[in-house]
Design a protein around this ligand. Structure first.
Ligand SMILES: O=c1ccn([C@H]2C[C@H](O)[C@@H](CO)O2)c(=O)[nH]1
Ligand SMILES: [Zn+2]
Length: 132
């Protein structure tokens, strides 16, 4: 799948965001190795801290369906620079996606930044740290 198409998928996922508090909709699209696409949006809550980001929504949806092998993730929001995933999402992405997997960050202006899981969170705390 082309990068532009993946970004379009993330953009349409963004339309589903539930963001009454931040009014900052974010969309994500996660492409699995088997070709399946998992969309994610941010879903907020009056108890602010229990809201979930678009990236984690997409990853958790895939995992909960038993899909664990991914090839690319795109994220988009109406930001000046391509949308930058938060620390919590970087940690989750780092554990559940391959280190060299492509991450495409985008904004509505059409700016695109391509990066990788490893580059998003170098030296991430991992299961190896936990269990030696
Ligand atoms: O990469 C990001 C950055 C922020 N958010 C959400 C969290 C919250 O709902 C809103 C404002 O931070 O945007 C995401 O979903 N993904
Ligand atoms: Zn996040």
């Amino acid at each position: 799948m082309k990068i532009k198409q993946l970004i379009e998928e993330a953009k349409s996922a963004r339309n589903k965001a539930y963001v009454p508090y931040s009014k900052f909709p974010v969309g994500a699209a996660l492409l699995a190795k088997d070709g399946r696409m998992f969309h994610g949006c941010n879903i907020e809550n009056a108890a602010y801290s229990v809201g979930n980001c678009a990236e984690r929504t997409a990853i958790f949806k895939a995992y909960s369906e038993g899909v664990k092998d991914f090839t690319a993730l795109a994220v988009i929001a109406d930001t000046d620079r391509p949308c930058s995933p938060c620390g919590a999402c970087r940690q989750v992405i780092s554990e559940l996606c391959p280190k060299d997997m492509k991450i495409v960050l985008a904004n509505l202006k059409g700016d695109i930044m391509e990066t990788t899981v490893e580059a998003l969170l170098p030296g991430a705390f991992s299961a190896e740290d936990l269990h030696g």
